[in-house]
Each structure stands twice: as C-alpha cells, then as structure tokens.
Design a protein around this ligand. Structure first.
Ligand SMILES: Cc1cc2nc3c(=O)[nH]c(=O)nc-3n(C[C@H](O)[C@H](O)[C@H](O)COP(=O)(O)OP(=O)(O)OC[C@H]3O[C@@H](n4cnc5c(N)ncnc54)[C@H](O)[C@@H]3O)c2cc1C
Length: 422
C-alpha cells in the first residue's frame, strides 16, 4: 500500500491531535494524516490528572525560570478554547473543576502565601475561610484552622476530563479533514528535498507514505523513531516512571467526597495530588499522584496501596473512610532530554531536516507545541523542501478503507484493572 500527503503526524495524544487540528484547519489547509498505534489519547494524555497548570506547582519548587513565565499564560489560552473563542473549539470538553485547592498538613507551616505573592504567578491564589471550603476539605475539625493548623488556598487552575478533551480534539481533526489512521509507525526516513518517507503497519500490512514533513508526537514511542530518523547516537528523550493510585468507596459505602488539588508538605513536590472523577459505574474515583506516585515506583502494587492509605491519612486525617477499594497504574512520562540531562521544564520541539519531534512535557503546553510545530512545518514548506505543502495540492492521497483509532477509556474503566477489596 502507498500514499502521499503534506504532513504525517505520529501519535494521537494531545500533542499530535492539537497539532493536526492546527495544520489541517481552514486557512492553513495542509493535507494531514495522523497515525495512532493504539487508541487516541491512549498513553499519557488519558492517564493525566487533567490539571491546566498556571505555574503554582512550579513556583512551589525551587526553580522559577522561563517555563514558569510561559505556563502562566496557559490557563487563559485554554479558557479561550474552552469557550469556543479561539481554535480549536473545545466547548465539548468537560471541566471537572474551575479551580483546585492547595492545603497544608495539620501543623505544617505553609509556604503557599509567599509563593502566591510571587511575580510569576498570574493565576489568582486566594486563602479560603472555613465557609468557602467544600468536598473532602469541608469536614476538617474546627480547632485546626488558622494559626499552626491547616491552610487552604484556591488556585484558579481548571481541571479537565481528559477523555472528553481527546474526543473533542479528534472531532475537530475530522472537521479539518485530517485522516486518522490506526497503524504503527515503524520507520521514518529523511528524503532531503523530496520530503520524508514513513513506513507503517496497518492491519498487519506494510504501508509507505511520502510527505513534506513528519511530526513525531509519539510520547514514549518518540525515542526509537527519533533515533532512526535523525541517526542520533545521543539520547534525545527520556522516560520518568510514575506509580499512580486510584481509590473508590466499596459498594454500599458513602461516596468519596470530591477534591482537586495538592496536599503540600515541606518539600517542593506535593505529598499527594488528587483529581476526582466518576467511573463508568458512577462511583467517584480519586486519581492520586504527587510524591506518592514518584516515590512509589520502586514499590510493589500491594506496598503502593498501603502507601496510598498512609498518604490519605496524613493529608486528610479528618475523613473517616471505610472500605476503600484501591488499584494502581504504572505509567511513564515521556520527555525530551536536555543537554545537561535534567528534565525540561517547558515544551520541546526540535527539527532535523524534514522530521520534527515534539514533547509537550505537560498537557497544559499543548497549544505552544502546536504553534511551534506549525512554525517548523511552514519553515520546511517555505524553504521549498518536501512536496510543497498546501501549495503543492497534494492534500491526502490514501486508500479509502483504512481503520480509524477509537478514543481510549479512562484508566479506571480499562478492562483488567485489579481493585483490592472489590
Ligand atoms: C500520570 C500522569 C499525570 C499527568 N498529569 C498532568 C496534569 O495534570 N497536567 C498536565 O499539564 N500534564 C500532566 N501530565 C503530562 C501530560 O499528560 C503529557 O505531557 C502529555 O499528555 C503528553 O502528550 P503526548 O501527546 O506527547 O503523548 P501521549 O499522550 O503519550 O501520546 C502519544 C501517542 O503516540 C502513540 N504512539 C507511540 N508510538 C507510536 C508509533 N510507533 N506509531 C504510532 N503511534 C505511536 C501512543 O499510542 C500514544 O497514543 C501527566 C502525565 C502523567 C503520565
């Protein structure tokens, strides 16, 4: 099988989908093919906690650099799309919460107040009184508030439901006449002035597509593809593993109270980050990350479940949670590797010849990645490289009956999740 198009995008996570919409939509009109090996959003995007960071988490850490300034603009950028004011139109996306909370552990002094006053934070951070607190934090005992007790802050950073985000972006991509194909990219070959050639398997058969430009937005798959396309001997990518935990009340027990936010300890990393959603069976699920997930990588599933219970007791000691069901999820964050080997703070988009590789680093940075991908594609086409982009009139030429990828289920709704105590 053979085909041709202006741009091939590898990977249907937030980076690939957002870039596809921008490249394909009216006024730009490149002929785009997006190739996804599994399900749309299926790796990091669907497993993310959906927080559109505006920088508070960065500011709690030690480094307040350029990335903090870029991320400070992200909540407003996303809100404009969520209201349908700018493309892509994300009005169909479920906003789980308009804000999140930061709360301290009983007796731990808060660094949040100083951070909130920091010049890099543009999102509003407001200290909440007892009457303003709802959900899981509402029941904190009276005597513990104020002074050396618990402080609660509201941060105007939205939390989105990732599956509805992926579905909305896929819908916009189809409207922009992007061809979504279920297939696995196996090789990308630079073709000099004639563009690039990609080889992929579709339903077990090999298929070859010629394109002006190739965008590698394959998350954990980028490392192997980049090494082949760029003939790089030095590692351009890295994986940072996490061991996330999901919790829900056993049947017959009261629902878990909803909460979106970070429990702050004395280190720069939140002790516990919780995002709440309803599972397919209607029960509230707490999806938990933060230090629990980073430090839990070396723990077995059983040890990690115990550590999660200990973290819940330390951060929310006033809650009486009977009969919790717990499950864990191991997932890697896929990021670019910086020159000094440290993890990047912001998005990374790099081009060698006609092949562009993109790592958003955070869901929140997807619009920036799409803008930079657009600049690089225009640079290739403008320089007369490849097949000439939209001006060539190549559009998309592919067989009509190729399989399309579905949107992935949320982690707790996947088949085979093992809940303890269920
Ligand atoms: C547990 C967790 C929680 C997070 N929470 C947040 C958060 O709250 N806020 C935030 O801003 N960021 C968060 N992040 C980071 C964010 O999720 C990622 O930065 C972002 O989703 C990466 O998107 P992506 O499109 O690059 O990659 P992915 O979503 O991983 O997509 C890559 C896609 O490429 C496909 N693929 C791979 N290889 C191939 C191949 N050879 N051929 C075809 N397709 C291929 C995969 O199947 C996958 O669907 C979180 C990350 C994790 C892991």
């Amino acid at each position: 099988m053979r085909g041709a198009c202006d741009v091939v995008i590898v990977g249907g996570g937030v980076a690939g989908l957002w870039s596809a919409v921008e490249l394909g939509r009216g006024g730009v009109g490149f002929g785009v093919v997006l190739v996804e090996a599994g399900e749309l959003g299926g790796a990091q995007t669907i497993a993310s906690q959906g927080i559109i960071h505006g920088g508070i988490k960065y500011a709690l850490g030690e480094s307040v650099g350029d990335a903090s300034r870029v991320i400070a603009g992200m909540p407003a950028r996303w809100r404009a799309s969520l209201r349908g004011e700018v493309a892509p139109d994300l009005r169909g996306v479920r906003v789980l919460s308009e804000s999140q909370v930061l709360w301290t552990r009983p007796g731990i002094a808060s660094r949040v107040a100083g951070v909130a006053a920091s010049a890099v934070i543009r999102t509003e951070v407001k200290r909440l009184g007892r009457e303003d607190v709802a959900g899981a934090l509402a029941g904190a005992p009276r005597g513990r508030w104020g002074g050396g007790g618990i402080d609660v802050y509201r941060v105007d950073e939205q939390v989105l439901e990732p599956r509805s985000l992926v579905a909305a972006l896929a819908a916009r991509a189809r409207e922009a006449r992007v061809r979504l194909v279920r297939g696995e990219m196996v090789e990308v070959e630079q073709g000099g002035t004639s563009g690039a050639r990609v080889r992929m398997t579709v339903r077990g058969a090999m298929m070859e597509i010629e394109a002006s430009a190739v965008v590698l937005a394959a998350g954990a798959g980028n490392e192997a593809l980049v090494a082949g396309a760029w003939r790089e001997s030095t590692a351009a990518a890295q994986l940072r593993p996490l061991h996330m935990v999901m919790a829900r009340a056993a049947r017959g027990e009261a629902e878990l109270p909803e909460v979106w936010g970070h429990c702050i300890g004395s280190s720069s990393l939140p002790l516990l980050t919780i995002s709440s959603q309803r599972g397919g069976d209607g029960r509230v699920v707490w999806y938990m990350g933060g230090a629990l997930a980073e430090e839990g990588v070396a723990r077995s599933e059983a040890e990690q479940r115990k550590a999660a219970l200990a973290a819940i007791r330390a951060c929310l000691p006033w809650l009486r949670l009977e009969r919790l069901e717990l499950a864990t999820l191991r997932i890697d964050r896929a990021e670019a590797r910086t020159g000094d080997g440290r993890r990047p703070e912001g998005p990374v988009v790099v081009r060698v010849g006609n092949v562009i590789a993109a790592w958003p680093t955070k869901l929140a940075f997807a619009p920036v990645v799409a803008d930079r991908v657009m600049e690089e594609v225009r640079a290739i086409v403008g320089a007369g490289g490849g097949r000439g982009g939209a001006a060539s009139g190549v559009g998309v030429s592919l067989p009509a009956d190729l399989p399309e990828p579905e949107v992935a289920p949320l982690p707790w709704d996947r088949e085979g999740v093992e809940w303890s105590g269920a």
